[in-house]
Design a protein around this ligand. Sequence first.
Ligand code: ATP
Ligand code: MG
Length: 365
Amino acid sequence: MPANKKLLLLPGDGIGPEVMQEVTKVLEFFDKKRIASFDMSEGLVGGASIDATGLPITPDVVARAKGSDAVLFGAVGGPKWDKVGFDVRPEVAILTLRRELGLFANLRPATVLDPLIEASTLKPDVVRGLDIMIVREATGGIYFGEPRGIETLPDGQKRGINTEVYTTSEIERVARVAFDLARQRQGRVCSVEKANVMESGLLWRQTVTALGAAEYADVALSHMYADNCAMQLVRNPRQFDVIVTGNLFGDLLSDLASMCTGSLGMLPSATLGAPDSSGRRLSLYEPIHGSAPDIAGKGVANPLAQTFSLAMLLRYSFDMKEEAALVEKACLSVLEQGLRTPDIMQDGKTRVTTQEMGTAVMREL
Ligand code: ATP
Ligand code: MG
């Protein structure tokens, strides 16, 4: 059995704790079966932390996250905390963790599961078996580049400025994540920018090309302009394996790709940090959905996005690839059996609660 893995659970607000509870059962199962042993602890984030401490995240929780092998995050926010100051709103918790842990690579899979193929906004023939991984650079680019701001010109009108800045080392480290992932998948990377009109995009293309040639000759590398990529994702999304792109384009393209699946309540994500000298890499995993205050406490939340987030954690942070695949297969089985939470309900299927869905996944495991 592998050594103790340090895991920090941060359920947060709204449906966060409800879906986290179902995932905890899976972890306890692996522990009980002596497949892996986890050193698990829990912390407060978001509104739950504001209520207890006045802060969306405390230095203690940040320190515990830094000392963990991985963080499993639920969701934060809700109308109860709408009136708190901008700097202490619940969402600051996740922003703080990303910054403090140096989480620069955001992984957003877009996967179409056969039982839910009708949910896609695209035709079944276009998305059957879809399995894309978008790697978005998350700490640089136009959202953070200098100069930025709003200034007043001599004639009284104003000017808003943002700047896309990327250095070769920022590009290389995120491209490395994409190339490494491709090796575990279908061996293809498509790098996306606007090298035709942006210098930062041109440097992006040159840097990814050079790294690919020097270290990843076994991975098939292609390049695409971002506007064309948006079109291709809707026209023929299965042409893609791994897409690597900057912060802004990744923001847009990952939302676009998730709609190709049609099941937002089903999709996980990961955010990876840089490996240290011993190869240890801080990482955080969370569903792409939010705290869903409208359905919190009603027992109707779909726990599968959080469960798939755990599967990503097992695969990428704990090197438990078989167990990750088992968890994913268990989720697929319950869907094949026709079990559905209300958000993915279809005619002729069986409606279940959050807990019943979690229990069914456990039975399959
Ligand atoms: P955030 O800004 O935190 O992303 P949001 O308001 O954009 O939040 P969500 O909280 O994800 O979005 O909710 C969007 C809609 O999807 C809501 O109607 C919510 O009830 C529903 N929803 C989100 N997650 C789930 C889930 N796991 N199960 C069922 N319904 C969900
Ligand atoms: Mg949202």
